[in-house]
Design a protein around this ligand. Structure first.
Ligand SMILES: Cc1cc2nc3c(=O)[nH]c(=O)nc-3n(C[C@H](O)[C@H](O)[C@H](O)COP(=O)(O)OP(=O)(O)OC[C@H]3O[C@@H](n4cnc5c(N)ncnc54)[C@H](O)[C@@H]3O)c2cc1C
Length: 507
């Protein structure tokens, strides 16, 4: 899951165009006093992890302090969840739902972990799903009967890569996680820009170099980096180790407690909304945001509405929302990885070895990850980033998921699976940001009363971190409007030392 200190200084020349809508007298751009709204109104744009959790965090403050605020959430799609959504094989809802977008969160993701428990949802644990291989486009470099979820200390890993590389990589990931967990403590840093957050977590050096640069300097072998680490960055972010920054590289390798919600992760986001007091408008695009008389005016498919504050919870470049130049100029161009997801069912329990030109006795593992190393050395690039079996949908029929940079031709699928293909579903996503090393990130407060949740994505891009970003943004908004915060201004309770204390939930 990345930031611009100089951009935090909103240009003085344009500051007069954005008057503080709260606490301060209300002035319009001509300096005349304007009438405040009878009651503060907040608009949230986007019903993914970021927007739904923002509505939830505001409702927590409403519960705690009885603040009087009206919240409207706009979503252009007909469903809640954004990049977290499911489909059903053969469109048959009596078959198990299959994740089309975000699939997994981990134990360190304390907001989602906690939400599953509070909302009486059921976690599915991936620990038992075993059998993994690394494919370079021509050769199966490594296979294990263990899973992705605990490969570090398996005998096969130690045999192929030695002791030091897995141990050093594990130490790197553990150190990243232990700092990450401070984001849930009562002393969590609150950030007004991500460069500051990187610095307060001592991660500046991680976001400013590639995963391979960082690990090489730590003494991790080239082979380990090119095979197992790259397999992780490619399956999680569709990027190679010499492209993606080391913080996101570390996140790719932190699968401890990998879980999903039975029936679909989107239910977490539905529940966030259900438990909020927000008015939810699906099938409703926001087209523009402007400032008039010190308020934010949104032009939406439902007409024009006026708000005290706006939370933008979608990657701005994908929204088609017109923003004043003073705001849009603070969001640098952000390319996203365009990912092809191919879901299909097959009656073959595994990919036949001959499909990969492997000896017939080879058992192709159910989860195939890939490395670019073959292509780097003049070989053939794998046709996919990952190919994984996702269980049975009925007796003798399995569902398989492929992530790839290019569309997977039907002909190729039929050839690989010996013609035994049933249902096929394809989806293209702008899945996650391209994540090169950087020293600057978009601002999260683009103007007084306008907050940008997805500023977090070039830092870390996951469902969970969007809920962390929304918590930080809501905290800032509550301070701006009510001179309060998500947990109020009272001294923390005695419970803050509890192991399972989660800031935002337990205050
Ligand atoms: C294939 C895939 C696999 C992934 N795997 C994982 C994973 O295993 N684990 C993980 O944690 N993350 C994963 N991710 C990343 C994860 O999905 C995202 O980081 C996270 O869901 C982003 O949430 P968000 O709310 O910020 O944005 P989104 O989920 O994109 O939500 C933004 C919402 O805003 C709406 N919107 C946009 N413009 C407008 C407008 N003008 N008006 C109204 N509404 C608008 C969109 O329709 C969308 O619903 C994956 C993503 C993909 C695509």
């Amino acid at each position: 899951m990345r930031f611009h200190w100089c951009l935090a200084l909103f240009p003085i020349v344009s500051a007069s165009a954005f008057q503080l809508p709260f606490k301060a007298p209300f002035f319009n751009s001509s300096g005349q006093q304007s009438r405040p709204l009878a009651r503060p109104r907040v608009a949230i744009i986007g019903a993914g992890a970021g927007g739904t959790s923002a509505a939830f965090w505001i409702s927590k403050a409403q519960e705690r302090f009885g603040i009087d605020v009206e919240v409207d959430l706009y979503e252009r799609e007909p469903y809640v969840g954004g990049r977290s959504t499911v489909v059903y094989p053969y469109d048959n809802t009596s078959l198990p739902a299959v994740e089309l977008g975000a699939s997994i969160f981990v134990k360190a993701n304390k907001n989602l972990w906690r939400a599953v428990d509070e909302f009486n949802l059921t976690r599915r644990d991936f620990r038992d799903e075993t059998g993994l291989g690394v494919w370079d486009g021509e050769k199966l470099l490594f296979t294990t009967t263990g899973g992705w979820w605990g490969w570090w200390d398996s005998a096969k890993v130690l045999f192929r890569y030695g002791f030091q590389s897995p141990r050093r990589t594990q130490a790197f990931v553990d150190s990243m996680i232990s700092k990450y967990l401070t984001l849930y403590s009562v002393d969590t840093p609150k950030w007004d820009n991500l460069t500051h957050l990187a610095s307060s977590l001592d991660w500046t050096h991680l976001v400013s170099q590639t995963t391979s640069e960082y690990l090489k300097a730590e003494g991790v072998s080239d082979k380990f980096i090119a095979e197992l680490v790259e397999a992780s960055t490619r399956v999680n972010y569709g990027q190679n180790v010499d492209e993606i920054h080391a913080l996101e590289g570390a996140c790719s390798m932190a699968p401890t407690g990998a879980s999903a919600v039975v029936g679909g992760n989107f239910q977490l986001f539905e529940q966030f909304l259900k438990r909020s007091r927000a008015n939810v408008y699906l099938n409703t695009s926001v087209k523009s945001a402007t400032v008039a008389s010190g308020q934010w005016v949104l032009d939406t498919d439902r007409g024009t509405e006026t708000y005290s504050a706006v939370i933008l919870a979608a990657p701005w470049h994908s929204t088609n929302i017109q923003l004043p130049a003073e705001l849009s100029s603070q969001i640098p161009p952000q390319p996203y990885i365009h990912l092809h997801v191919t879901l299909f069912t097959t009656t073959l329990p595994s990919v036949p070895a001959q499909s990969f030109n492997l000896p017939a006795s080879t058992k192709v593992p159910p989860m195939l990850l890939t490395t670019f190393e073959g292509a780097r050395n003049g070989g053939k690039e794998p046709e996919f980033n990952s190919m994984s079996y996702h269980g049975l949908i009925s007796e003798g029929e399995w569902v398989v998921k492929i992530f790839s940079k290019e569309p997977i031709p039907q002909k190729w699928l039929l050839k690989m699976f010996d013609g035994k293909i049933g249902w096929v579903h394809r989806k293209e996503w702008d899945a996650y940001p391209v994540l090169p090393p950087t020293d600057s990130f978009p601002n999260l407060k683009l103007a007084p009363g306008f907050y940008y949740v997805n500023s977090f994505e070039p830092f870390i891009s996951t469902m969970e971190t969007e809920t962390l970003s929304s918590r930080n943004v809501v905290d800032m908004l509550l301070k701006d409007i009510f001179d309060s915060g998500i947990c109020g201004l009272a001294a923390p309770s005695n419970d803050t030392a509890k192991d399972d204390y989660v800031f935002g939930w337990d205050c």
